[in-house]
Design a protein around this ligand. Structure first.
Ligand code: AKG
Ligand code: FE2
Length: 332
């Protein structure tokens, strides 16, 4: 008898999408097909639906800083996602090489729709969190060193963004930066093989990240990421050397709902493979998650409960995905 996962911490094993594609199917197994009606996709020609672009060089330049900080604040409030350029990470580390992936997470029933995606999920920082038995050792060449340096670069970038965000929210910048410095960083390497029925499947179904902040790297120029804004799916156009910064549920709670944690998804292409790397930043386990105390005043009560990181993760694993959005289960 098949083992049925009790919660989202365990996942049923599913076939590899890449292996399926090798057989050159003309159609796709029904388990991947999603024909249900969804929000419309915004036309790419509409300039009002372009996700905000933040220049990190301007954030550190006293002459341009004030304006760019305002842009950042508005991006977090209105979108919860933006792209950053001039983040200082060398190009070499934005190309993590050819990544191979296998597996899917959160598959809890045999008839649940599957994603057109093979992925590898790794705990990267702090280094003692690494379970090296899951890390490829010899192939791809230099995988371990590359991921090590890559995750450290992602941490440094997240720490600077956190500093700027805390300034705009009126929080103590050093405290938040320190919390991000000591946080946990997990990597999800997504591989979306080409799909003969690309319009009828999803690479990643619509979701909100449960992290504090997620940095997303497109390894190439094939678009795939879409974010839901005002009832329409907006495509994020990959920009060379840019990273997308996505506000997760923890940051939305911390900001007491001032910042958005947007629904996003990944669509796939009919003839091109797409690779992306998501770096999820979490607080370390001893940190409490809740609205920042500076933001709770008479007239602006806490909208979300405060709980330990362990409780937060446990609640996520026990959450029933089809019921209410996860963040709503944490409302006071
Ligand atoms: O591939 C993408 O652009 C989206 C990835 C994503 O949302 C995730 O891994 O959580
Ligand atoms: Fe995501």
């Amino acid at each position: 008898m098949a083992v049925v996962p009790e919660n989202l911490e365990w996942s049923l094993t599913v076939p590899s999408v890449k292996e399926l594609v090798i057989q050159l199917p003309a159609t796709v197994p029904t388990r991947y097909i999603r024909d249900e009606k969804d929000a419309p996709i915004a036309p790419v020609s509409d300039p009002s639906v372009c996700i905000p672009l933040i220049d990190m060089a301007k954030l550190v330049n006293p002459k341009d800083r004030e304006m760019e900080l305002q842009k950042l604040h508005v991006a977090c409030k209105d979108w919860g996602i933006f792209q950053i350029i001039n983040h200082g990470i060398s190009d070499e580390f934005l190309k993590p090489g050819s990544l191979e992936g296998y597996g899917q997470a959160f598959v809890v029933s045999e008839d649940q729709k599957l994603e057109w995606n093979d992925m590898i999920f790794l705990k990267a920082l702090p280094t003692e969190n690494r379970k090296l038995e899951f890390w490829p050792e010899l192939q791809p060449h230099k995988f371990r060193e590359t991921i090590h340096t890559y995750s450290e670069n992602m941490r440094d970038t997240t720490v600077s963004i956190a500093g700027f965000i805390s300034m705009m929210l009126g929080l103590k910048a050093e405290e938040l930066s320190k919390a991000f410095q000591d946080g946990g960083y997990d990597l999800r390497l997504n591989c979306y093989p080409p799909c003969p029925e690309s319009e009828r499947v999803l690479g990643i179904a619509s979701h909100v990240d449960i992290s504090r902040i997620t940095l997303l790297l497109d390894c190439g120029d094939t678009p795939g990421l879409q974010v839901l804004k005002d009832g329409r799916w907006v495509s994020v156009k990959p920009i060379a050397d840019a990273l997308a910064v996505d506000i997760g549920t923890i940051m939305k709670i911390m900001s007491n709902g001032i910042y958005q944690a947007p629904l996003h998804r990944a669509v796939v292409h009919s003839s091109k493979e797409r690779l992306s790397v998501a770096t999820f930043c979490y607080p370390s386990t001893n940190v409490h998650i809740g609205p920042a105390k500076e933001l709770i005043k008479p007239g602006t009560p806490a909208l979300y409960m405060t709980l330990t990181m362990d409780d937060y993760i446990q609640r996520f694993f026990d959450w029933k995905r089809d019921a209410i959005p996860f963040i709503d289960t944490l409302k006071i």
